[in-house]
Ligand binder design. Sequence first.
Ligand code: NAD
Length: 484
Amino acid sequence: MKSFLNYIDGRFVRGKREFADVNPADGSVIAQVTEADQEQVDEAVHAARRALRGEWGGLTVRERAARLHKVADAIEKRFDCFVQAEVADTGKPISLASRLDVPRAAANFRVFADLVKMAGVEAFQTETPDGKSALNYAVRKPLGVVGVITPWNLPLLLLTWKVAPALACGNAVVVKPSEETPATATLLAEAMQKAGIPNGAYNVVHGFGPGSAGEFLTQHADVNAVTFTGESKTGAAIMQAVASAVKPVSFELGGKNAAIVFADCNFENAVDGLAEAVFLNTGQVCLCAERVYVERNIFDRFVEALKQKAERLNAGWPTDRSTELGPLISAQHREKVLSYYRLAREEGAVVVTGGGVPQFGDGRDQGFYVQPTIYTGLPESARCVKEEIFGPVCHIAAFDSEEQAIAMANDTKYGLAASIWTSDLKRGHRVAQSMNVGITWVNCWFLRDLRTPFGGVGLSGIGREGGIHSLNFYSELNNICIQL
Ligand code: NAD
């Protein structure tokens, strides 16, 4: 049986307790994971601090960037290994891990390695009241030790999305990957070693949230900032944990994203796009659309077309290249999704398709699969329309005017993403600009240049990451003014 160990100060170390890593496709235990206790989290934070004072902290920006490219090389060199680890941990289809998760992890390191070399600082020669002048400019400095806490849905992609810019800015990191998906953060430690990232710059502590490594890390006095992706309520708990020390936080949280489909859309394109937006990664992407609003005169046709798509999805073994839909992450998460499937019926939903658990007659019946599900007929106030379910499910409602569609889409406490489907360019711009979200797509979904800002409003997060926005979060700007 494999073991996933903590990685502290360049060494893999065992903790006093272990927990099981389960394959969501069949419920089998694939590894034992060591749980970091308070002492090990302390060691990791102190190792990170030493790295800042040691070789890592002494590197120039150019040298750091070169090492980060080497990390990307090391990921690409063991591409299949990373893909297999991610598939076993998450149950996501191998085709998805191969085209999305692992390539993006390498890209995250390359993008931020290149960006940090180009990141300029402001400089002004300014007139002073006494008629002389002063040179006013800013320099970028690392924050220090950054605590990185990540979820299970896109484990390596989301972890590297934070680790790469944090390291690029010269910080040292202690990462706490999700207890559900410990594998690729551990493999990344091997890639860091290969790439010559000095001991202590990247540390991994495994474990849970409250009363475990997650809480020990966020409450640690010597952690300078916390960057977190996960549920909104966990974000709120972390915010409380860091409040008294006034630490900077960057939060990428949950969503209840809307899609608006106008009658003038390219119908096939919209149906294909929404099939992705609702069901990709079994609906376990924060950006997935769980609320779909369709102009009334194409409503029935659209519902039928999306139903056909849902029913044709191949829910196979994740390791099979033709599989399109994997299981949910865990028995616990499946119970949460199924509780919403039950609630939808209680709230009066029409079940267009799905709503239950598929039967395979093989080992997958011990896994955590659910049927892709579409509902109609719920009032906008229904909990299933208001709360994030995080499964392969959407509710479709009809609208009669652009104003009504905008109002329905914006009627949420979340504000992560939206998509608009229309052939009217002006309307695309107009509606996109009226969305209260961090990112809006027009006639597409999940496309993004990594240099652009990413984040959410309301319950969906605090701050923006991506491009210069990441560099701004992971560094402090020191403003220097010199009388000339
Ligand atoms: P989660 O909040 O349950 O857990 C995320 C991480 O936080 C895990 O590593 C967990 O161990 C840790 N954690 C939990 N409680 C903690 C505490 N009190 N202190 C410190 N750490 C703690 O989220 P999840 O179930 O792993 O992920 C799914 C959620 O993540 C969904 O809500 C989804 O929308 C959101 N998400 C958001 C984005 C985004 O970019 N906005 C991306 C992916 C996922």
